[in-house]
Ligand binder design. Structure first.
Ligand code: ADP
Ligand code: MG
Length: 293
C-alpha cells in the first residue's frame, strides 16, 4: 500500500475509536489469523459484584467480610474491588491492614486486627499448607460451575469462608466474536481465572477454545506457543498482567478503558473498550491494504 493509503487508514481508524501507533501496524493487522482474548475487563465488564458469602461452622459472615474486605481494600484487582465494596456495604467501615502483600494471580495477604489473613484463589491455600473444609469445598465447586469466581478467606491458620463474585459479559462481546469469526479469525479465551468460570463465559460469547488458570507471567508463553505453531497472533487485553503478552503478540490490542501498562504495550488501542472495534480494525486494515473492498 502507498504511504498515503496507510495514513488515510490510520485516520479512518481514529474515527472508529481505534488508535493506531504507526501506519505500519495495519500491515500486521491484516495478517492475523488467531485472536487471544483476556477475560476480565476485556470480554467481561471487569466490574465484579460480591454475590454470596459461605462460612465454615461457627464463623460469622460479618467477621469474614470485615477481614477479607480490609485486605482487599488495598488491592486494585477487579475481584478485590468487588470484595472490598461488598464488605463495606454489608459491615460498614473496614480496618486498615498492615504487612500487606499483593500476590499477583493469586490474591492478597496481610495482618488485620491482629489476625494473619489470606484472601485469594484456592491454589493459594496450598502455599500455607491449608485445605478447605468439605462444606466450603462443595460451595466453591458449585459457585465455579455456575460461572462465578470463588475467593477463599483464611485466617489464624484455617480456611473459614468462601466469597462468590461475578461480573457480566459486555453486551457487545457476542457480536464482536461473531464478527471476528466471520473475518476468519479463531478466538481463544485466556485467563488466570478458574476453568469452569472461563468455560461459562466462553459459552456465553461463542468462543470454543479456552486456556484458563494461567499465571500472569505465563500469558506471554501462551502467545509464544501459538506463534510456534505458525499462527499469526493478535492479543487483546486490559491489565498490567497482559502487557508482556500484548508486546509479544504479532498485534497487540489494548482496551482504552484498561491500564496504562497495557496501552503502552499494545500496537492499537480500542478507545471505548468495545471489542467490536477489534473486528473494525481487522476490516479496516484489509480494506486499506486492498484485500477486500
Ligand atoms: P484475569 O486473567 O482473569 O484478569 P488474574 O491473573 O489477575 O485474572 O487472577 C487470576 C485469579 O486469581 C482471579 O480470577 C482470582 O480468582 C484470583 N485473584 C487474583 N487477585 C486476587 C485478589 N486480590 N483477591 C482475590 N482473588 C484474586
Ligand atoms: Mg483483564
Amino acid at each position: 500500500a502507498t504511504p498515503t493509503a496507510l495514513l488515510v487508514g490510520t485516520g479512518r481508524g481514529a474515527q472508529l475509536g481505534i488508535l493506531i501507533k504507526g501506519p505500519e501496524v495495519l500491515e500486521t493487522t491484516r495478517a492475523v489469523d488467531t485472536i487471544v482474548l483476556d477475560k476480565t475487563g476485556t470480554v467481561t465488564t471487569g466490574r465484579m459484584t460480591l454475590l454470596d458469602v459461605r462460612t465454615a461452622e461457627g464463623v460469622s459472615e460479618a467477621e469474614a467480610l470485615r477481614l477479607a474486605g480490609a485486605l482487599e481494600h488495598a488491592s486494585e484487582h477487579p475481584v478485590a474491588r468487588a470484595v472490598a465494596a461488598g464488605a463495606a456495604e454489608r459491615v460498614g467501615e473496614l480496618p486498615s491492614p498492615t504487612d500487606f502483600a499483593n500476590l499477583p494471580g493469586l490474591g492478597v495477604q496481610g495482618m488485620v486486627d491482629g489476625h494473619a489473613v489470606l484472601v485469594g484463589r484456592e491454589k493459594l491455600l496450598a502455599e500455607w499448607a491449608l485445605t478447605l473444609p468439605e462444606e466450603l469445598a462443595r460451595a466453591l465447586r458449585a459457585a465455579e460451575a455456575a460461572g462465578r469466581t470463588a475467593v477463599v478467606v483464611a485466617w489464624d491458620g484455617a480456611a473459614r469462608a468462601v466469597l462468590e463474585v461475578a461480573d457480566a459479559v459486555k453486551e457487545t462481546s457476542p457480536e464482536a466474536i461473531r464478527r471476528l469469526r466471520a473475518l476468519g479469525l479463531t478466538p481463544i479465551l485466556l485467563t488466570g481465572d478458574n476453568k469452569a468460570v472461563a468455560e461459562a463465559v466462553a459459552a456465553e460469547v461463542g468462543i470454543a477454545e479456552v486456556i484458563a488458570e494461567v499465571m500472569p507471567q505465563d500469558k506471554v508463553d501462551v502467545v509464544k506457543r501459538l506463534q510456534a505453531e505458525g499462527r499469526s497472533v493478535a492479543m487483546v487485553g486490559d491489565g498490567v498482567n497482559d502487557a508482556a503478552a500484548l508486546a509479544q503478540a504479532d498485534l497487540g490490542l489494548a482496551m482504552g478503558t484498561g491500564t496504562d501498562a497495557a496501552i503502552e504495550a499494545g500496537d492499537l488501542t480500542l478507545v471505548r473498550g468495545d471489542l467490536r472495534a477489534a473486528a473494525d480494525a481487522i476490516r479496516l486494515s484489509r480494506r486499506t491494504l486492498g484485500t477486500i473492498k
